[in-house]
Design a protein around this ligand. Structure first.
Ligand SMILES: C[S@@+](CC[C@H](N)C(=O)[O-])C[C@H]1O[C@@H](n2cnc3c(N)ncnc32)[C@H](O)[C@@H]1O
Length: 311
């Protein structure tokens, strides 16, 4: 890994309150990264607490090992995709648990890396994979996809209105080797909005990262699996950073908080569905203005908390 960059854990107080961390509790951090949230969880869960941390990125997990070293065997580190959170925990006898945390997306360590290709601010090859087992890199997407496929991906995962124009520019500019090549191609296609602080390639980079790592599919698979690990009264806490992720979380919690999920036009319930979650707050929690001022990365965060009910 390159130069040490500090990743400030987002909405830390709200995460600890949301998880209701207690001494002796067992927690799963599905996005361990450098262990910012993990460390605070272990401090609040000590004595007697335990943490199982998962990350797809081995490099950042090395940072977590250093940071959490003082907790010894009470912390388990698992390199893997959180979509397998249930098997990862069960294989290690780590179930039921008192809380599961997801802090989605990528960290400051990954953004700052000069080899991972996550940021248009840092010249680097177009990779964007969280882990080496991910099959397609951003370069494969950018240089080998059909124009229509690229446009659809940028539209769906970036919610980018100029997706067609950007896809055309990418295809015409091939081969694109680096983050700078891609950022320039997008900027030439759509220009910069006068006065806007936001780089025109922001949404294209988001879309590519989501597509490369199949982030939305992983999240949709992970939520029910994490839910299944919770003991009664235990908590699920998710921080998301864009509306596509937040919609998946919100709809999942809403659905699992209802006793009937039959279509509204159906007069008699036939689904047998039982509510097994209870949302803890009305709507999503957001960071305070003070936190946003201190850590601008937190500005798009939305945190949702749900508690496991007896079925
Ligand atoms: C925002 S960072 C977490 C930061 C951490 N909470 C902290 O405070 O230090 C998100 C992390 O999730 C990891 N990640 C993203 N998707 C993943 C997945 N499907 N499975 C496992 N890890 C994933 C990324 O590699 C990254 O390290």
């Amino acid at each position: 890994m390159e130069a040490p960059v500090r990743h400030e854990p987002v909405m830390l107080r709200e995460v600890l309150a949301g998880l209701n961390v207690r001494p002796g509790g067992r927690y799963v951090d599905c996005t361990l990264d450098g262990g910012g949230h993990g460390e605070a969880i272990m401090e609040a869960a000590s004595p007697g607490g335990a943490l199982l941390g998962i990350d797809e990125d081995v490099d950042v997990m090395a940072l977590a090992r250093d940071r959490l070293q003082r907790f010894g065997d009470a912390v388990a580190y698992v390199h893997g995709n959180f979509r397998n959170v249930d098997s990862i925990c069960r294989e290690r006898g780590f179930s039921p648990v008192n809380g599961v945390l997801f802090d989605l997306g990528l960290s400051s360590h990954q953004l700052a890396s000069g080899s991972r290709g996550f940021s248009f601010r840092v010249e680097s090859p177009l990779d964007m994979r969280f882990g080496p087992e991910v099959e397609m890199t951003a370069s494969d997407w950018v240089n080998d996809s059909e124009e229509q496929e690229l446009a659809d991906m940028i539209w769906h995962f970036g919610e980018e209105r100029q997706s067609r124009r950007i896809a055309r520019a990418i295809v015409q500019g091939r081969p694109l080797r680096t983050t700078t090549d891609l950022a320039k191609a997008v900027e030439q296609a759509v220009g910069r909005r006068t006065g806007s602080q936001i780089h025109p390639a922001t949404k294209t980079f988001q879309a590519l990262r989501i597509a490369v790592n199949q982030e939305l599919a992983s999240l949709a698979e992970a939520l029910p699996r994490a839910h299944g690990l919770l003991g009664f009264g235990s908590r699920l806490v998710v921080i998301s950073y864009h509306s596509l992720e937040d919609r998946i979380v919100k709809q999942y919690i809403q659905r699992e908080s209802r006793d009937c999920i039959c279509p509204p036009e159906q007069p008699v319930c036939t689904c047998d569905h039982k509510a097994t979650l209870r949302p803890i707050s009305r709507g999503a929690l957001m960071p305070s203005q003070e936190e946003i001022a201190n850590n601008p990365r937190s500005r798009s965060a939305k945190l949702r908390v749900a508690e496991r009910l007896a079925a």
